[in-house]
Design a protein around this ligand. Structure first.
Ligand code: A5A
Ligand code: MG
Ligand code: ZN
Length: 467
């Protein structure tokens, strides 16, 4: 196990994110701290999606014949589907699949809903659990068999151009969502042999974890008319013709939480972006034998002020040493700590300690300016975490013109390596094998010679060791 995997597993337990002891491989229990982070992240995501998407909720189970209808799609998922074969003791006439994703649950219904061009476009999303019998090594939040936080959006359009625009829009949506949490990413178009089963093409977001491996944290698929033809999703045009629709879908998972933890965390534990932190601020009273009540009362006033301003704040009034509280809240990643003792009250000051920087700061605590001051510090923390994380990604992106050098870079430093590539599948797979990495995807058209086969290069492509 790498140092990072060990850190990651330990912090999940210590910070009470999830309990990994549930007796089914790849399935875990969300604990209150983890659940809060998840809830806050979903709230941000939904507030962006709700601008022009509608939230729906489809059944978990998919009849076998519907799942099997789209040949390429079912081929892609056949090894990962969990089946329900019985209702009680009675064998089912038709097996039911636990959704691995919901195309084949939704699209037969879309065929009923879409009638005329006036019904289009449609933009739906749902946040559900999906099940995939993953055969690669499972890891909490990263590769799970029950994806508990599967956000899938599905859109339907009249024209191919609109579908393409929706793909671009989805890339913007995910970019702004990851930006809110300071998670850096590279966006690429996946190689054809690794696109989503049934898609025309797939765009992927990858972030970099501290061990130098990348994690795919989201994908956007242009489905073209493949599913429309399979499920007979047609609409009537203005002049009475019947045409197949064009579709897109895009998804995120528990990996959102994995990347928040992995990207920003450090030796001290979690370091949470204020946008998702369960508590953005914790107040720790510094208590001596004398004047304890006065300190607590004052802290409680401060708490109320901040809370009224909409800041998620906690007053830790437990009868424990302050040092122990500091340690605990730092490990849990609370972005800002406020320390107030008798001296601070006397001097009209308080001490601020940011989770993301080593120094303490003493500030005046004028009541009318306090919330604003704290908001300002939370803003700085967000920007700093984001900047640090982006720097880390950029420092670990290198260019190469030789497969051997790519291999050395990846082995020694990890990270993302870019190179010129012909785009050919056989060449790409050979490269992946030689260098022991995955091609993340292509980023732009390029001129020159392919790093591997020396034919004409068509793209600049990225490779990395991946989760
Ligand atoms: N219907 C489309 C959106 C879809 O299912 N796309 S997908 O298969 O690419 O999954 C969307 C995202 O879920 C992936 O980009 C990846 O970040 C995440 N994901 C896939 N399998 C996962 C697993 N076993 N555990 C955690 N996350 C997973
Ligand atoms: Mg898979
Ligand atoms: Zn080549």
């Amino acid at each position: 196990m790498s140092k990072f995997s060990e850190w990651f597993h330990n912090i999940l337990i210590e910070a009470e994110i999830i309990d990994t002891r549930y007796p089914i491989k790849g399935m875990h229990v969300w604990l209150p701290q983890g659940f809060q982070i998840r809830k806050n992240a979903l709230k941000l995501l939904k507030s962006i999606l709700d601008e022009d998407h509608e939230e729906v909720l489809f059944p978990l189970l998919i009849p076998e014949d519907e799942l099997a209808k789209e040949a390429i799609h079912v081929k892609g998922f056949e090894e990962e589907v969990y089946w329900i074969t019985h209702g009680g003791l009675t064998p089912l006439g038709k097996k039911l699949a636990l959704r691995p994703t919901s195309e084949t649950a939704m699209y037969p219904m879309f065929a009923l809903w879409v009638r005329s061009h006036q019904d289009l476009p449609l933009r739906f999303y749902q946040v559900v659990n999906t099940f995939r019998y993953e055969t690669k090594h499972t890891r909490p939040l990263i590769r799970v068999r029950e994806i508990t936080t599967f956000k899938e959006a599905h859109t339907v359009h009249a024209t191919s151009q609109e579908a393409e625009e929706q793909v671009e829009r989805a890339v913007e949506i995910y970019s702004s969502f990851f930006d809110l949490m300071g998670i850096p990413y590279v966006v690429t178009r996946r190689p054809d042999w690794d696109k989503f089963p049934g898609a025309d093409y797939t765009m992927a977001f990858d972030t970099l974890l501290p061990d130098g491996k990348t994690l795919q944290i989201g994908t956007v698929h242009n489905l073209g008319q493949t599913f429309a033809q399979t499920f007979q999703i047609t609409y009537e045009t203005e002049d009475g013709q019947h045409e197949y629709v064009y579709q897109t879908c895009y998804g995120l998972s528990d990996r959102i939480i994995a990347s928040i933890i992995g990207v920003h965390g450090d030796e001290g534990g979690l370091s949470l972006p204020p946008a998702v932190a369960p508590y953005q601020v914790v107040i720790v009273p510094i208590i001596f034998k004398e004047g304890a009540q006065e300190v607590l009362d004052f802290c409680s006033q401060v708490k109320n002020q901040l809370s009224r301003a909409g800041i998620r704040v906690h007053l830790d009034s437990r009868d424990l040493r302050a040092g122990k509280k500091f340690y605990e809240w730092e490990m849990r990643g609370v972005p800002l700590r406020i320390e107030i003792g008798p001296r601070e009250i006397r001097e009209g000051k308080m001490v601020l300690k940011r989770r993301d920087t080593p120094d303490k700061e003493t500030v005046e605590c004028r009541e009318d300016e306090l919330a604003e001051l704290v908001e300002d510090r939370l803003g700085r923390i967000s920007s700093h975490l984001k900047e640090k994380a982006w720097n880390m990604l950029q420092e670990n992106m290198k260019e190469t013109d030789s497969p051997l050098e790519a291999r050395d870079i990846i082995q020694e430093d990890g990270g993302v390596v870019s190179f010129l590539w012909c785009g050919d599948e056989a060449c790409g797979k050979e490269l992946e094998e030689q260098v022991h990495v995955d091609i993340l995807g292509i980023q732009e058209d390029a001129d020159g010679t392919c790093v591997n086969c020396k034919q004409k290069a068509r793209y600049r492509a990225l490779l990395a060791r991946t989760y």
